[in-house]
Ligand binder design. Structure first.
Ligand code: TRP
Length: 328
């Protein structure tokens, strides 16, 4: 087995929605056949912004793990684990902090952006500034080559590369410079037509019950100018059509687009087709979720084994690191 290594993580803050499924998870599932993949829940990262209220972190971690498996990650093919269970990430984070100039961290654009966005929280903390450094440790401790992430994470990958380079230069060539694996995927709109996001209250969650999903899709915004069924609509202006483009077959997309433009079908009928197709994708996920929720031991076992495997690699890297630095 000589596959190149891929690593990615998801922060444990909140439930996953179908945007996360289409944008990240489905891609992770594809990668597991071709690469030696490590996927984890970043629960320490959730603390960097959520340290004052930790009441949902455990549930969130568990729900994300369940979704990893329900979406099709296969523990026989990839390594699934929890960040806070592999203490070596913290050790590497500490050692990297010695060689990381403050200015590098202060210049990461997400630092100021997130502070602006979460004005109600005090984010002038050491841990929050170090967010990208912890992420760097997460990545390079597995000497990962590729990191599948969204475009928003590119600045974090850039600093990871710089820090890997700095370590290699100061001590010894240990770390490959990780590369972002950017995936083209359609932006998933939420039920109100804005980008799907848990902060907009417009998301369809993987943990939603079928009735909830149906209800959310049935009441979704359409072309606002199409008021009566006899009005011709513009599918380009309808968020429902955006979802058809992700979930429906080409024939059905064509059918609803023509139907909308010619007032041949109503919004209710159009949404019914969408609901049917979203259900087709969600049904296996719901099934697997229920199975795992009813058998918590299965989940525990998978995570224990994954963590064990991840730790082996992390321990080996740390032996090299301690030696390279010259610790006794
Ligand atoms: N910062 C990532 C996000 O918000 C989560 C994350 C933490 C991560 N550590 C990582 C992603 C390492 C990739 C690799 O999505």
């Amino acid at each position: 087995m000589n596959k190149e290594r891929v690593l990615s993580g998801m922060q444990a803050s909140g439930k996953l929605h179908i945007g996360n499924l289409i944008g990240a998870l489905s891609n992770w599932v594809k990668l597991q056949d071709k690469y030696d993949c490590f996927y984890f829940v970043a629960d320490w990262h959730a603390l960097t912004t959520g340290y004052a209220d930790t009441s949902s972190i455990k549930e969130s971690t568990k729900d994300i793990l369940i979704n990893f498996l329900a979406a099709g990650l296969d523990p026989e093919k990839c390594t699934i684990f929890i960040q806070s269970r592999v203490l070596e990430h913290a050790e590497l984070h500490l050692l990297l902090s010695m060689i990381t100039p403050l200015g590098w961290l202060e210049r990461v654009p997400t630092y100021k952006e997130k502070q602006q966005e979460l004005k109600d929280r005090d984010l002038s903390t050491y841990g929050f500034l170090g967010y990208p450094l912890l992420q760097t440790a997460d990545i390079i401790i597995y000497r990962a080559k590729y990191v599948p992430v969204g475009i928003d994470q590119v600045p974090h990958l850039e600093i990871s590369r710089e820090i890997a380079r700095r370590f290699n230069y100061l001590y010894k060539e240990i770390f490959p410079e990780p590369e972002a694996l950017l995936t083209e995927f359609p932006k998933v709109v939420g039920t109100d037509g804005r980008k799907m996001s848990k902060s907009y209250d417009n998301a369809i969650y993987l943990s939603d019950k079928p009735e909830e999903v149906e209800q959310k899709l049935r009441t979704m915004v359409t072309d606002p100018a199409r008021i009566k069924k006899t009005d011709a609509g513009n599918p380009g202006l309808s968020p429902v059509y955006q979802l058809h483009k992700i979930f429906s077959s080409k024939e059905e997309q064509e059918k609803v687009a023509v139907g909308c433009r010619t007032a041949g079908i109503g919004c209710i009928e159009c949404k019914k087709i969408l609901i049917k197709n979203v259900f087709k994708v969600m049904e296996p996920i719901w099934l697997k979720r229920n199975e795992l929720i009813n058998n918590p031991d299965v989940l525990h076992d998978i995570v224990d084994k994954g963590t064990e495997k991840a730790r082996k690699v992390a321990e080996e890297t740390m032996r090299f690191v301690r030696e390279a630095i010259g610790l006794y």
